[in-house]
Design a protein around this ligand. Structure first.
Ligand code: GYE
Length: 326
């Protein structure tokens, strides 16, 4: 990160920190006496279309629910997220919610939240801590299932067709739950048939720019690529540019399966450039606000709340495009 960006993050954390004095203790209805429920939300960053939709959903839902939202953007860095969570603890927010950049390394800061009696909600991404008392609930998708859906499509697509299928994989952020799980779910399904070969697999950090860059490297190093499996749409969209610039036709010369289901990917599908998209729902805001109120009130909540999602063929994506929200 540049010094300027680092200073901006620090300034953001400090501004959030300064408003600490206005917080007072909570009351039993989940609100400050005479005030609103204060939710500290530590977001991953702004790396993808999915993330932008998720942020908007959380911000709009907070407004609607009368929740005061303290929002922090970690720019995909765990250390920034830890700083933001510490700052929320200092400010004595009522509830902390966050979408962990990576799965490991959260115990210390979450113990601090626990000691301060501030309930924590995981949204979107999980952590791998054995101490499940460190968070009240986890709201988000089943990423292993998403990887399996991508694999199932591939198996069906190549059923009865002879010859090897060379696959390149664009992985999400290293160490993140969606990257780990989408990779393992997919691998589990395709391992049943030796004709499927993952010939190259590398992280594109969930961004278009990196997706393009890594796909360019794949195209140079791999003489035969049949399929691209991208862990999110933004990387697939970046890779499409690389494929086109190399003189190949995305969706035809190289078949593409991706995850998320954002509008830009649906547009690419309607143009025949992506062959299958596994949906991952970013619209978690309303459910998050409801959960925040409940955990603040000490009400019981389910430990794991899975979002309901489907899959899209190009025909289905084209039909859904006019009304797609994100
Ligand atoms: O798929 C990707 C984003 O955690 C589910 O993060 C989320 C993932 C999503 O950057 O586009």
């Amino acid at each position: 990160m540049s010094k300027r960006a680092a200073a901006a993050v620090l300034a953001g954390v400090m501004i959030v920190g300064l408003s600490a004095c206005s917080s007072t203790g909570g009351s039993s209805d989940g609100k400050k006496p005479g005030g609103k429920l204060v939710l500290g939300f530590a977001q991953v960053g702004a790396e993808s279309g999915w993330r932008t939709a998720n942020t908007k959903s959380v911000q709009e839902a907070a407004k609607k629910a009368g929740v005061t939202l303290k929002f922090s953007d970690a720019q995909q860095k765990q250390e920034n997220q830890i700083k933001a969570i510490r700052s929320f603890i200092q400010q004595k927010v009522d509830v902390i919610a966050f979408s962990p950049v990576v799965e490991s390394g959260w115990d210390t800061v979450l113990k601090e939240a626990k000691n301060a009696h501030i309930p924590v909600i995981l949204t979107d991404r999980a952590i791998d801590s054995e101490d499940t008392s460190l968070y009240a609930t986890f709201l988000g998708s089943d990423f292993v299932e998403e990887g399996k859906k991508a694999g199932d499509w591939l198996v069906k697509e190549y059923q009865g067709k002879p010859g090897e299928v060379n696959i390149v994989q664009l992985e999400g952020t290293t160490g993140s739950a969606p990257a780990n799980d989408r990779k393992s779910g997919f691998a589990d399904v395709i391992k049943g048939d030796p004709k499927f070969k993952v010939v190259a697999s590398q992280t594109g950090d969930f961004t278009r720019a990196k997706g393009k860059e890594v796909m360019q490297a794949f195209l140079k190093a791999q003489p035969e690529i049949d399929v691209l499996y991208a862990h999110n749409d933004d990387m697939a969209l970046g890779a499409i540019q690389a494929i086109e610039e190399s003189g190949k036709k995305p969706g035809t010369d190289i078949r593409i399966v991706s995850v998320d289901g954002v509008k830009d990917a649906f547009t690419a599908m309607s143009q025949g450039k992506i062959n299958f998209d596994v949906e991952c729902n970013p619209l978690l805001g309303d459910q998050l606000m409801e959960l925040a109120k409940k955990v603040k009130n000490g009400e019981a909540v389910e430990r794991r709340i899975k979002t309901v999602e489907g899959t899209f063929t190009p025909e289905q994506a084209t039909a859904a495009l006019p009304t797609r929200q994100y």
